[in-house]
Design a binder for this molecule. Structure first.
Ligand SMILES: [Zn+2]
Length: 310
């Protein structure tokens, strides 16, 4: 155990070294969490602290629609107590097979150990008729809920409850962390919303339909999308059509995600004379998006810089 003197010495050390030392101290078995995307890994870490051992399946530079169910991921799902993913079919191409191959009964769909964030928010872009025929990867509504911080508030409340359910011995600690996060997050939302006021009503183009929740939050208007359908690469002819449409309905900027090949956005930027803005999209997507708070600080800073450039 740590005595007071050791603790004081530890606290005087740089954070990174302190963390490494603390991790070397044997801890009691933490709840093993398998997060599909970095934002849910970060949120689980906020709510679980030292009670959880979070493993994130993908990085911000990977396309979350297109992940391979590799043996290393299957092994991680096998030992997980809780799986935290987006849902809304974002991971339909890889998560079902991964969970099946894991043979882990606790984390199968419908079990308490399987948490889908999109189940707890109002989904946008719900298709009126189901059509996956042309590669539409948003057939269950738009899954990119992490671009609106208000969705995190809803998901955090539900995830906090779920953590208490699967790890009841620490229910009080999860409840406390969730209340603390909710308060800090709410304050941040107020600050971000005020900061983003100049973006209200701004017409924008998107490379992928990845930002509908962001636009819904800030009152921005998507006037063009470079992918002809979600998940379908922009073609030269479609780009020409978008460029022509912007003559009648100009956009102030074009947004793309850190994981995407930026060439289509750069082409439009050059030809339409508007800035192309790289959006972190999740924790780790850009230098500034180091955690959930940084994700929105950085996103707004980039949008405001591009908006002001016009
Ligand atoms: Zn998508």
């Amino acid at each position: 155990m740590l005595n007071r003197k050791t603790l004081r010495t530890l606290l005087a050390l740089p954070a990174g070294i302190m963390l490494a030392l603390l991790m070397a101290v044997p801890a009691q078995a933490a709840l093993r969490v398998f997060a599909c995307e970095p934002e849910w890994g970060a949120l689980t870490q906020e709510l679980g602290g030292t009670l959880v051992d979070v493993s994130v399946a993908t990085s911000a530079l990977q396309d979350p629609h297109q992940i391979q169910a590799k043996p290393s991921l299957i092994a991680r799902a096998r030992s997980a107590d809780l799986v935290v993913c987006t849902g809304a079919e974002l991971e339909i191409g890889w998560l079902p097979v991964l969970l099946q191959q894991s043979g882990n009964a606790r984390v199968q769909a419908g079990q308490p150990g399987n948490f889908a964030a999109a189940d707890f928010v109002r989904k946008l872009d719900q298709p009126t008729q189901l059509d996956r025929s042309q590669g539409d990867v948003h057939a269950a509504g738009n899954p990119h809920i992490q671009t609106d911080p208000r969705n995190f508030a809803l998901v955090a409340a539900a995830l906090g409850k779920r953590l208490q359910q699967v790890d009841p011995a620490h229910a009080a600690e999860y409840a406390k962390a969730q209340a603390d996060f909710a308060q800090r997050w709410q304050q941040a939302i107020v600050r971000w919303t005020a900061l983003a006021a100049p973006l209200k009503g701004a017409a924008v183009a998107s490379q992928h339909k990845g930002f509908v929740y962001l636009y819904d939050w800030l009152g921005m208007k998507e006037v063009a999308v470079l992918e002809p359908k979600p998940g379908v690469e922009p073609t030269a002819s479609h780009l020409q059509e978008v460029l022509a449409s912007l003559k009648a309905t100009p956009a102030r900027m074009v947004l793309y995600s850190a994981y995407q090949d930026p060439r289509a956005s750069e082409w439009l930027s050059k030809n339409a004379g508007i800035p192309a803005v790289k959006i972190a999209f999740t924790v780790g997507g850009t230098e500034g998006a180091k955690d959930l708070f940084g994700l929105f600080d950085d996103t707004l800073a980039r949008l405001l810089a591009a908006g002001a450039a016009k």
